[in-house]
Design a protein around this ligand. Sequence first.
Ligand code: SF4
Length: 58
Amino acid sequence: MIKVDQKKCVGCGRCTEICPGTFKLNASGKSEVVEQKNTDCAMKAADNCPVEAIHVDE
Ligand code: SF4
């Protein structure tokens, strides 16, 4: 399960660049999960998120 903490996300867009099939910025400028896939990529995005807003559980 991939989750984005909407309260922490600052909308930098890094996760959407790393995994465009998994994350997108929503109308509020925050990242949200579009599809529960590519867990490995989501973990990489989580490592690169500046505010640790992405959580991935296998
Ligand atoms: S990398 Fe983190 S802060 Fe940046 S858009 Fe994604 S979830 Fe939000």
